[in-house]
Write a protein that binds this ligand. Structure first.
Ligand code: CS8
Ligand code: FAD
Length: 380
């Protein structure tokens, strides 16, 4: 692809996704925020349009979309509602380690059905005592004949109540640190799984976040992903593909916040003219546009690198940290442009600002992205 231009198919995909998002998602965003209701109907429509679970490989009937195309979908969906977009993206996060593992049993039994019907999935890595430090997890998986027995607690798991299956990272050999970790695909119907209460989050309130407990959960050995010890790298490898998509999600939300700010600035009167006529206000909007354009180029670069088969960890972290931090700044500035009305729930920008915050926390905090890039540049 030409680095600065979409091809015709990508342009059509982006336009279709934006059209759906503007017409069907954005009008429901406030209600989803107020009710915190899981957006199942919208997810079903997204599935019908072929934009949910689009990562599923062609070999098992999916579209097998690459990360770049996926980022276009994420940007567009997040312009409608970031919580809804997170629910959709969490499916991909769960699916990527399964795809990377090339476990064909898992592809057939768990990925193929996601093409047929609108099924959800979860990525279970974080625990109450370990988030940034993935190597610090405590969940164990012990081999017993042709099964593994999983015990432990996961925390902050997106889609947990609605998931048909979970990607679970667990320790198969506690003496080996990250090299003793393994990844499993676990059916949500397996006895011993307890799903916790829905967490009452600041933003993206329609997204479903819960704790998940595994108490002697038996998993057939054929659902071990890769070999024992491959889990940490599969869990990290997923981020190389999903951090660009999360950055694209932040970009979409930023875009919506700028659109709201421009509309408002052009109609709000103060001192006998619209506030947009003040250079002080136009500079805020110009800086929003600058950061949106830069975020998009970083997302495209990070996605293009991994689609081209090159290691993109560095670019994925740069894109994620930049787009997340930019989104927080842009949504905060959008509230500023709305003045007192920005601080009030009758207008949408306070919701956008709350929705933005999580981008600096999940999929690796903004500090962790800096740590990854810093380590690579400084060889530490
Ligand atoms: O722990 C790592 C990290 O990334 N921490 C952040 C955790 C995180 O991002 N969690 C997100 C959870 S999911 C979520 O929030 C979902 S939000 C809802 C859905 C949203 C929509 C999608 C770390 C800090 C980078 C790793 O630190 P260390 O423990 O110090 O490990 P390292 O020494 O760096 O690496 C150990 C080995 O792993 C290999 N590695 C590291 N990164 C990668 C990637 N691909 C493949 N392999 C990787 N990216 C590394 O090479 C080391 O291998 P060795 O062979 O042992 O040398
Ligand atoms: P901690 O790791 O305790 O960090 C606390 C603070 O310390 C942060 O500011 C962090 O940046 C800082 N810090 C930690 N270590 C360092 C360091 N070395 N250098 C500098 N600063 C540091 N996880 C999943 O597995 N699956 C999901 O689907 C999922 N969805 C989520 C949805 C939501 C709404 C939320 C809130 C979280 C979700 N998470 C999920 C978990 C998320 O990835 C973690 O919350 C995140 O990685 C941070 O981990 P922590 O909360 O344990 O914070």
């Amino acid at each position: 692809m030409a680095m600065f231009e979409l091809n015709e198919t990508q342009r059509q995909l982006f336009e279709m996704a934006k059209d759906f998002s503007n017409k069907e998602v954005w009008p429901k965003a406030r209600e989803l925020d107020e009710t915190a209701k899981f957006p199942m109907e919208l997810l079903k429509k997204t599935h019908e349009l072929g934009m949910l679970n689009a990562f599923v490989p062609e070999e098992v009937g999916g579209l097998g979309l690459g990360t770049f195309d996926h980022c276009l979908i994420s940007e567009a969906l997040a312009m409608g509602c970031a919580g809804f977009c997170t629910a959709a993206l969490a499916n991909d996060l769960a699916a990527v380690p399964v795809i990377l593992s090339e476990n064909k049993h898992a592809w057939k039994d768990f990925l193929a059905p996601m093409v047929e019907e609108c099924q959800m999935a979860s990525y279970c890595v974080t625990e109450p005592g370990a988030g940034s430090d993935v190597a610090g997890i405590k969940t164990t998986a012990k081999k017993s004949g042709d099964k593994y027995i999983i015990n432990g607690s996961k925390m902050w798991i997106t889609n947990a109540k609605y998931a048909s299956w979970f990607f679970v990272l667990a320790k198969t050999d506690s003496s080996k640190g990250h090299k003793g970790m393994s990844g499993f695909i676990v059916s949500a119907k397996t006895p011993g799984i307890t799903i916790g209460r829905k967490e009452d989050n600041m933003g993206q309130r329609c997204s479903d976040t819960r704790g998940v407990t595994f108490d002697n959960v038996e998993v057939p050995a054929k659902y071990l992903l890769g070999k024992e010890g491959d889990g940490f790298k599969l869990a990290m490898g997923a981020f190389d593909r999903t951090r660009p998509a999360v950055a694209a999600e932040a970009l979409g939300l930023s875009q919506r916040a700028m659109m709201c700010a421009i509309d408002y600035a052009k109609q709000r009167q103060a001192f006998g003219k619209t506030i947009s006529e003040n250079q002080g206000v136009s500079f805020i909007i110009a800086e929003m546009a600058r950061d949106i354009e830069a975020s998009r180029l970083l997302v495209w670069k990070a996605a293009d690198e991994v689609d081209a088969g090159r290691k993109n960890t560095y670019y994925a972290s740069i894109a994620k940290m930049f787009a997340a931090d930019a989104c927080m700044r842009i949504t905060t500035d959008a509230v500023q442009i709305f003045g007192g009305y920005g601080y009030n729930r009758e207008y949408p920008v306070e919701m956008l600002m709350r929705d933005a915050k999580i981008f600096q926390i999940y999929e690796g905090t903004s500090q962790i992205q800096r740590m990854i890039v810093g380590r690579m540049l400084l060889d530490i």
